[in-house]
Ligand binder design. Structure first.
Ligand code: NAD
Ligand code: UDP
Ligand code: UDP
Length: 343
């Protein structure tokens, strides 16, 4: 199709991808809010490939036109610059609601805006779904578990979240978004789906978004020290973006509301992650310790039993397999073989 020159390759070899989802209804009209962002743009690629009509709604706070430019000119694709905090009228069959900054640096930049996006933005998209009878999928987050007292985290765990901290605009915002979603489901009979996404990485992440994987990869490529916050013993579980997109689509097409944890159970300390980055990019990369940020969760690892059983989904790509796929994209962008050359 239109995916030519500028398209970033995201599908690693034969993994994922080609398997049809069991249903091949033609001509679905699908809105992806936040579709110009990291996860959203990969989702849009898969939906376009499947032959659906896709409308991306994005205010470009953290998203970029470059992420979807390869679809410009395709009559099945439309890009609308719009802030989901404002109402919008569209006629569609499905709504993937991703609009919301995901990196702590970005969501703390304007916390009130983050809350409005999560609460008012989600309310508007639910109102839209109700008016046209569309199925609605919310991309929630593992952050709803806060600094978890259960490990690994199961969907039935209610979490341990600070309501008045610097991360609350995001954590509590997403918790409220989940509440709204369930209230529209129960009250208005809306068809809804909830995904709780764990840390995800891959091509098209913002290079300087402050997340740990993008930081380490960019730092190693630039021959800068890898900045480990705190003692580096806190853990995260890192999922490659194509695995997540497959999970989101299975969730949307399946018959279960959720919530579903979508994440890779492979758990790493930040020091272990640094080691993988060293092995992948530069064995001589130095490590520099920095003070940790406030309220940083100590550990995080998804229990994905529910997604395995009810969606037939599990991640296929390990960190050591996925990281090189992201590195080649970052290498191009960091060393600017096109527009970034000035920096
Ligand atoms: P991202 O920042 O790359 O993408 C978010 C997109 O939403 C951007 O294109 C941004 O411009 C857009 N956006 C933000 N506020 C908006 C608004 N008010 N109106 C319209 N558009 C707006 O982040 P991502 O990593 O692609 O995350 C996508 C979704 O997945 C988010 O909802 C995030 O909370 C969730 N999530 C992501 C991760 C992860 O590790 N990437 C983990 C958990 C949850
Ligand atoms: N909304 C929207 N597009 C629509 C329908 C609704 O943006 O197509 C917004 C609407 O402006 C409202 C929100 O969604 O702010 C919730 O709508 P709903 O009809 O559920 O509630 P109400 O308008 O009755 O408060
Ligand atoms: N982190 C780090 N170095 C960095 C950026 C982050 O050690 O340059 C740590 C951070 O303190 C946290 C973990 O990496 O413990 C994951 O942070 P990130 O911002 O990627 O995502 P989070 O899971 O906190 O939303």
């Amino acid at each position: 199709g239109m995916g030519g020159a500028g398209a970033v390759v995201m599908r690693p070899g034969s993994v994922g991808g080609k398997v049809p989802l069991g249903l091949r209804r033609k001509g679905l009209r699908i809105v992806v809010t936040g579709g110009a962002g990291f996860v959203g743009s990969h989702l849009v690629d898969r939906l376009m490939e499947r032959g659906d009509s896709v409308i991306v709604v994005d205010n470009f706070f953290t998203g970029r036109k470059e992420n979807v430019v390869h679809h410009f000119g395709n009559p099945n694709f439309e890009l609308i610059r719009h802030d989901v905090v404002e109402p919008i009228l569209l006629e569609v069959d499905q709504i993937y609601h991703l609009a919301c900054p995901a990196s702590p640096v970005h969501y703390k930049f304007n916390p009130v805006k983050t809350i409005k996006t999560n609460v008012v933005g989600t309310l508007n998209m639910l109102g839209l779904a109700k008016r046209v009878g569309a199925r609605f999928l919310l991309t929630s987050t593992s952050e709803v578990y806060g600094d978890p007292l259960q490990h690994p985290q199961v969907e039935t765990y209610w979490g341990n979240v600070n309501p008045i901290g610097v991360r609350s605009c995001y954590d509590e915002g997403k918790r409220t978004a989940e509440t709204l979603t369930m209230d529209y489901h129960r009250g208005a009979n809306l068809e809804v789906r909830i995904a709780r996404i764990f840390n995800t990485y891959g091509p098209r992440m913002c290079i300087d978004d402050g997340r740990v994987v993008s930081n380490f990869v960019a730092q190693a490529l630039r021959k800068e020290p890898l900045t480990v916050y705190g003692d580096g013993k806190q853990t995260r579980s890192f999922q490659y973006v194509s695995d997540l997109v497959e999970g989101l689509m299975r969730l949307m097409e399946g018959e279960h509301v959720g919530p579903f944890n979508l994440g890779n159970p492979g758990e790493f300390t930040m020091l272990e992650l640094a080691k993988v980055v060293q092995d992948t990019i530069d064995p001589n990369a130095r490590i520099e310790f920095r003070a940790n940020t406030e309220d940083d969760p100590h550990k995080r690892k998804p229990d994905i039993t529910r997604a395995k059983e009810l969606l037939g989904w599990e991640p296929k790509i390990s960190l050591r397999q996925g990281l090189p796929l992201m590195v080649s994209d970052f290498r191009k962008r960091v060393f600017g073989d096109h527009t970034d050359a000035a920096t």
